[in-house]
Design a protein around this ligand. Structure first.
Ligand SMILES: Cc1cc2nc3c(=O)[nH]c(=O)nc-3n(C[C@H](O)[C@H](O)[C@H](O)COP(=O)(O)OP(=O)(O)OC[C@H]3O[C@@H](n4cnc5c(N)ncnc54)[C@H](O)[C@@H]3O)c2cc1C
Length: 419
C-alpha cells in the first residue's frame, strides 16, 4: 500500500457520527447542514436528500427552481414564502383602440369566467394592428385587489347607488355612454347567468349588432361558437360583440397591467323594471350543482342534528362525502364527488372530510374551500384557503352561537326587515 493510498483512507469518527445523528446535540449544526440537499456524512459517504430540493410556495405546493439551480443546496437564496415574483408591466400609454370587457364581478371580485374573458381580450388585441387597451367595466363596489395581474389596462368601476341591484336599463345606459366615448373595437361579455348574457344581449339589440354567443375559440378573424345545445360548433367572422364561454382563453399570468382608473358621469334613466330585493329561499331546495354556499359533512361528523342546525343557521345547502352517504346519514343526492355531484360553490365548507381524490374531483370548481378537521395534515386542509383545526362538534357549536349572536344585532335585524 502506498503512502498516497493511506491518505485516501477515510477514517470513521464514531463520536462525529453520533453527533450527526443526534439533532438535539449542541454541535449537530457544525457537522450537518439540515437544509442541504447533499451532505457528506462523517463516514465520507455523500448522502442525497431529494426531499430537501426546492422550497414550499405560498400555497403549500413544493416548487423546484430549476433555472437558478438548487436553491436549498446552496444554503442561501432560499425564497421566502411571502416573496412574490414581480411580473413585467404591460403599459399602453396612448391606446389606438379599446376592447371593453364588461365583467360580472360577482361579490365585487372578478370571477374565473371574467378572467378568461380578459385573457381573450388581450388575445384579440394582439391580433389587431396598433396598441390596444383592455378597458374593464364593473358595476357595484369592487373588492377585487388583483385587477393588474388579471389583465386590466383601464378600469371603470360604476359603484353609484343607481347601479345597485337588478337595474339592466341603468347599466345599459352606462354602456351606451362607454360606446360613445371609447368607440370600442370589441365588446366582450362572459356568457353567464351572473349578468353577462343579459347585459350583452341588451347592448347587442341596442347597437343592432349580431353577437357571437357561447364563443369559445376566437381570434380577430373567426369565432367558433357552441350551438344547438352544445352539440355543434358554428364558425363565423368575429363580430364586434362577443359573449364568451368559460375557458375561452388562457388567463393572463405573465404580465402586470396598469389598471388605470377612468370615470364616467352617471346619467339616470327612467326604469321600467323595479328591483324588489332578494327573496328568501330554502337553501336545501337549491340544486347542489348550483348552490353558492355548501356545508358538507364527512365521517368526522358525529352529531348530525347539530350539523343540520348549522346548515340552517348559516343558510347553506347541505352536501356530504360518500362515507356519510353510505353510512345512511345523508341521502345519495347530497353526495359530492366523482360519483356524486360536481359542485361550483363560491364557498365550500367541508366538515370532517379527509379530501380523498374522488371527493376533490367534485369540488375542483369551487372558489374558496374552508376545512374543519382534527387532522392538520389531511388533503382537505391542504386544499383549503382557510382551516379550523379541531373537533367538528366544538367548532360548529361555536359557529352557530356566533352567527346567531351576529344576526341578533339590532342593525342586522333592521337590514333584514328592510330587505
Ligand atoms: C370508485 C370510487 C368512487 C368514489 N366516489 C366518491 C365520491 O364521489 N365522493 C366522495 O366523497 N367519496 C368517494 N369515494 C370514497 C373516497 O375514496 C373516500 O373514502 C371518502 O371520500 C372519504 O370520506 P370522508 O372524508 O368523509 O371520510 P374519512 O376518509 O374517514 O375522513 C374523515 C375525516 O374526518 C376527520 N375527523 C374525524 N373526526 C373528526 C372530528 N371529531 N372533528 C373534525 N374532523 C374529524 C378525520 O381527520 C378525517 O380527515 C369513492 C371511492 C371509490 C373507490
Amino acid at each position: 500500500m502506498s503512502s498516497h493510498d493511506l491518505l485516501d483512507i477515510v477514517r470513521r469518527d464514531p463520536r462525529a457520527e453520533w453527533i450527526a445523528r443526534n439533532r438535539l446535540h449542541p454541535l449537530h449544526g457544525t457537522l450537518v447542514d439540515d437544509d442541504a440537499a447533499e451532505v457528506r456524512g462523517p463516514s465520507g459517504l455523500l448522502r442525497k436528500y431529494p426531499h430537501r430540493v426546492g422550497f414550499i410556495g405560498p400555497n403549500g405546493i413544493k416548487r423546484i427552481d430549476r433555472l437558478k439551480g438548487n436553491a436549498a443546496a446552496s444554503g442561501k437564496g432560499r425564497r421566502s414564502a411571502a416573496q412574490e415574483v414581480q411580473l413585467p408591466l404591460h403599459r399602453v400609454e396612448n391606446p389606438d383602440f379599446y376592447i371593453v370587457v364588461v365583467a360580472d364581478m360577482v361579490g365585487g371580485r372578478l370571477t374565473g369566467h371574467d378572467k378568461d374573458v380578459l385573457g381573450q381580450a388581450h388575445k384579440l388585441a394582439a391580433g389587431i394592428e396598433g396598441a390596444g387597451a383592455v378597458l374593464t367595466v364593473g358595476f357595484g363596489s369592487a373588492k377585487e385587489e388583483h385587477f393588474d395581474t388579471a389583465g386590466v389596462d383601464r378600469l371603470l368601476v360604476l359603484d353609484d347607488d343607481i347601479y345597485e341591484g337588478y337595474c339592466p336599463e341603468q347599466r345599459l345606459a352606462a354602456l351606451l355612454q362607454v360606446e360613445n366615448e371609447y368607440q370600442p373595437r370589441h365588446w366582450l361579455f362572459p356568457d353567464s347567468v351572473n349578468g353577462g348574457t343579459d347585459l350583452g344581449s341588451r347592448l347587442a339589440a341596442r347597437l343592432h349588432e349580431r353577437p357571437a354567443v357561447q364563443a369559445w375559440q376566437v381570434d380577430h378573424q373567426t369565432a367558433v361558437c357552441r350551438g344547438a345545445g352544445g352539440t355543434m360548433d358554428i364558425t363565423r367572422e368575429t363580430p364586434r360583440l362577443l359573449m364568451l364561454a368559460e375557458e375561452c382563453a388562457d388567463q393572463i399570468d405573465e404580465t402586470r397591467h396598469e389598471a388605470l382608473p377612468v370615470t364616467l358621469t352617471p346619467v339616470s334613466v327612467i326604469s321600467q323594471l323595479q328591483d324588489q330585493g332578494p327573496v328568501a329561499v330554502d337553501p336545501n331546495a337549491v340544486a347542489l350543482a348550483e348552490a353558492e354556499f355548501i356545508l358538507s359533512a364527512g365521517n368526522g361528523i358525529h352529531d348530525w342534528d347539530q350539523f343540520h342546525a348549522a346548515a340552517a343557521v348559516l343558510g347553506a345547502t347541505e352536501g356530504a362525502s360518500r362515507v356519510a352517504v353510505d353510512d345512511g346519514f345523508m341521502p345519495r343526492f347530497r353526495q359530492v364527488g366523482a360519483t356524486g355531484t360536481w359542485v361550483t360553490a363560491r364557498v365550500y365548507l367541508a366538515v370532517g372530510i379527509s379530501g380523498a381524490i374522488q371527493h376533490m374531483q367534485g369540488i375542483g370548481q369551487c372558489d374558496k374551500v374552508i376545512a374543519i378537521n382534527t387532522d392538520a395534515g389531511c388533503d382537505m386542509v391542504k386544499r383549503a384557503s382557510l382551516s379550523a383545526i379541531g373537533d367538528s362538534e366544538e367548532i360548529l357549536g361555536e359557529l352557530i352561537k356566533r352567527v346567531q349572536a351576529f344576526r341578533a344585532q339590532p342593525s342586522i335585524e333592521g337590514d333584514q326587515d328592510a330587505a
